[in-house]
Every structure is written in C-alpha cells, then in structure tokens.
Design a protein around this ligand. Structure first.
Ligand code: AMP
Length: 469
C-alpha cells in the first residue's frame, strides 16, 4: 500500500479558508461556528479534496463527519438526481447522527437530499424516500444490500464511498455485506475509510478496495481531558525507584510503564521483580511465543505491570488500564497522547504519571503545546506507600501443554476445573487457547492446588501437563 502518515496540524494551516471549498460552503461553516479545522480535518481535507482515497484513524468527537462530509458534498452535482454519495455505518444511531451533520454541512447547496436506511424498521418509508430522489444515502450495510437487491437503491453512480467506524462494522460481522456493496460501486469512485483502530481485517479491506490510500492518524485529544496527568521531576538515576514508590502509593490493579528504550525496559522490569512486584516486559526482541505469554498474563489479570516500549505496545488491544506511567518522556508529543489514551477509556477515570529528568524538559514543553495546557507538577516526597501489603494481581496463570492442535477448547478446561475439581466459576478467569498451549487464569489462592489437580486429573478424557507461570 502506498501510504503516508500525516501528523495532525503540525505545519498545515487550520483555517477552512485555506482549502479549495466553494465560497458558499465556507460561509456556511462560519455560520455553523466552525472557525478552525479540527486536527483530523486539517490532516485529511487537503488530501480528500484533491480526490485521494483515505484511511483515517479517528473516533467520534474528532470532527470526522465533516472530514468525509465536505469532500463528499464538494463532488456532488445537485442537479443530477442520482445517488452519488454512500456512507456505510455500523448502527442506526450513527447513521442518524451522520445524516444530520451532512445536512447541516449541505445547507449552502440547494436541495440536497440525504436519506437514511437501516434495519430494524419497515422498509416502506425508506423505499418511498429513495423513490423521491436521493443524492446521498447513509445506512447500515445489511439494509443497504437488501435495498439494492430489491432494485430500489442504485449505487452505480456513486462518486464517494465512505466506510465510517469500519472497525465496528467488522466487529459486528458486516465484512461480507460490505464487500458485496463495495463491489457494486463504480471503480472510479473515491473511497474514504474511518476507523478508531486498525485491525488486520481493515488492512485486508483497504488492500482490496482502495487505490493508493493516504493514511492519516490523529491523536485523540478529547480523551485527554478525562485523564489526570501528574508530572514529577526525577533525576534519571532515581527513576526506577520512583516507579516502585508510585506503584506502592497508587496501587493500580493494572498499569503500563512506558520506556523509550529496550535497555530501560529491562532495568525497570528487573527492579520491579526484585521488589516483589508482578511485572513483565514487552519489547521488540521477544519471540512470538514469549510475547503471547506476556500479553495473556497481562490481559487475564495475572500481571500487574507491563513494561513496554512504544513499538512493542503498538496495536496492543488491551482494555482500560488504571494507570499509565511514563518513565521516560517521549520526544514525540503525539506518542504521549497515544500512551496516556490507554487509561481513562469509556466512563473510567484515567491516571497518567510522568517522570521527567532535566534534559527531558523540552519534550514536556512540546506536549504542553500540543495539549494546549500547562502540566501539573508534584513532589516525589508525597508518594507514600498506601496500606495493603505487596501489590499482587488477583489471578495467576496456569499453562496447560496442549492447545488447539490437541482440540482442547475453553469449555473443556472450564468443565474439568468446575465439574471435576469442584471450583466455583468465579475462581476461574480468562481461558486462552493457543495452537500448542492453553492458559487458564485462576484465583491466585487456588493456583498451586489447581495446577496439581490438573496434573493428576484429566481434560477431555486425557491426562495433561500443567505448570504455574
Ligand atoms: P464528529 O466527530 O463528526 O461526531 O463531530 C463532533 C462535533 O464537532 C459535532 O457536533 C460537529 O458539529 C462538531 N464539529 C466538527 N467540526 C468542527 C469544527 N471544525 N469546528 C467546530 N466544531 C466542529
């Protein structure tokens, strides 16, 4: 794929007037109170208005609807009564939201018809709306396919195709529907793909259906407001000790410690383990099997602290973390936003702790500039240990030798643990089956005993070998 990544707003002008938009559109944007482009708009609009295909990593609230709505509207011929723009969305709510925003953006152009179509309601009204003429259709893949098959939706004149929240659509099992729809769009179309994450499936979709897509990634600024960021000035030599103090003070159930180098990762993880803290390192040189084992243990709550470099943590799909600790300040302010975005997801509050040596102060300035606010500095002396003894994760992981190749399934293991050995369901955590191994998270208080029972008992009628990791 011929791609380039563009950092948001780095050098580009952020005034809408710097774009080649119709004067009436510019006026309308002003009337809507859109004075400056958001970062995703600034990074993508110069490309999309020039007709390029685009893959944009952006989530709701970033201004992504205008990022695809404006190029879509710019290419539209309102005097031609054909569906020229098609937006695929995962849900009815999003389809409604997108249609509303496009209608607002289209106020400058006369009589642009935007029709929404989605499942769960009768087709009658949707068909009537389509028959009345539509320039733009926004809807969910299943219903769109249905209406095409009935011959009431003609997509042979589509000029702009948008896949919105593509990762969510794939999660919901829409891959086949999407490909069926896309295949019926003309090849000359422009394709814009928006997604909060970039899993393999999206890559597959992009390779199949997009022409030299440009990639645009923008740090999720808005999420940063829910994350409490604390900054501590710490001499480089004392950083590892201060991480130990932070963990003792805040006692986060799970945290990621980011380092700029592999060596720093090794130093931190060695010290944490020496202090009796359950920590594992994730850096580039690990073999796939080792990497899998580290991630399984972290995800199943058998490991409290993951110590990682940015490269190793890239694409890591882990749920919300209690805390992110930056042992080193990253020289790239966008990377900082990505790092701290691993805490404070959904409704949760986030905590990001930053250790700064004197020579890293210029990096802090860059981060402040990007975030548009000053840092809150605190004293290391305030980090006193909270009561509760050593910080231990709630679970431990038992590895069973044997996995998919031996046809072991999660249900077989759960059956052995509960029905045969008499454990309660809530004493057993996540069960991950790999090709050659199965990893079972169990309440740490029963780990040794459960492992012995596995070694002496049977799974799926066969004896197995197990060990506590
Ligand atoms: P979205 O991420 O598309 O859901 O947009 C989030 C909100 O930001 C919507 O309410 C938009 O109306 C608004 N919005 C989008 N672009 C801009 C802009 N450049 N300036 C101000 N508000 C905007």
């Amino acid at each position: 794929m011929n791609t380039h990544t563009s950092a948001a707003g780095a050098t580009a002008s952020t005034a809408f007037s710097s774009l080649s938009l119709h004067p009436a559109t510019l006026q309308n944007l002003q009337a809507l109170g859109y004075e400056q482009m958001t970062p995703i708009q600034a990074a993508s609009l110069p490309l999309t208005l020039a007709g390029k295909d685009l893959i944009a990593q952006a989530s709701t609230g970033s201004g992504k609807t205008a990022a695809f709505g404006l190029p879509l509207l710019e290419r539209l011929n309102q005097r031609w009564f054909a569906v020229q723009g098609l937006v695929l969305c995962p849900t009815r709510e999003l389809a409604d939201q997108v249609a509303t925003e496009i209608r607002r953006l289209a106020r400058a152009q006369e009589n642009i018809k935007v029709v929404t179509v989605y499942g769960g309601v009768p087709t009658r009204n949707q068909i009537a709306s389509l028959e009345n003429g539509a320039h733009i259709v926004v809807g969910t893949p299943g219903r769109i396919m249905d209406l095409i098959e009935r011959g009431v939706l003609d997509i042979s004149n589509i000029q702009t195709l948008v896949l919105d929240e593509a990762d969510r659509m794939l999660d919901m099992g829409f891959y086949a529907d999407i490909t069926t729809v896309v295949e019926q769009c003309p090849e000359s179309r422009q394709t814009l793909l928006f997604s909060a994450t970039y899993p393999d499936d999206i890559d597959r979709l992009a390779k199949r259906f997009m022409r030299e897509p440009q990639m645009v990634q923008v740090a999720a600024q808005h999420s940063a407001h829910k994350i409490e960021q604390r900054w501590y000035e710490v001499p480089a030599k004392q950083k590892v000790d201060v991480v130990v103090q932070m963990l003792a003070h805040f006692r986060p159930e799970s945290s990621i410690v980011f380092c700029n180098t592999k060596q720093q990762c090794r130093d931190v993880v060695t010290e944490l383990q020496a202090q009796g803290i359950s920590a594992l390192a994730l850096f580039g040189e690990l073999e796939q099997r080792e990497r899998d084992e580290v991630l399984v243990q972290f995800a199943n709550r058998s490991c409290s602290v993951l110590v990682a470099t940015d490269v190793a943590a890239r694409g890591l799909d882990i749920a919300n973390l209690a805390c992110v600790i930056n042992v080193d300040v990253t020289p790239d302010a966008e990377v900082h936003i990505h790092r701290i975005g691993r805490t404070g997801r959904g409704d949760a509050e986030g905590l990001a702790l930053n250790l700064v040596a004197m020579d890293e102060m210029p990096y802090v300035a860059k981060i402040e500039q990007l975030q548009g606010r000053p840092s809150e500095w605190l004293e290391v002396a305030e980090l006193t240990p909270a009561p509760g003894g050593p910080l231990l994760p709630p679970m431990m992981t038992i590895q069973i030798i044997g996995g998919r190749k031996e046809k072991i399934r999660a249900g077989d293991v759960l059956g052995a643990m509960c029905a045969d050995f008499g454990y309660a369901k809530d004493q057993i955590g996540k069960i991950s089956v790999n090709d050659f191994s199965t990893y079972v998270a169990v309440d740490r208080r029963i780990a040794a005993e459960a492992c012995a029972k596995l070694n002496n008992g049977r799974v799926k009628g066969k004896s197995v070998r197990a060990r506590v990791l």
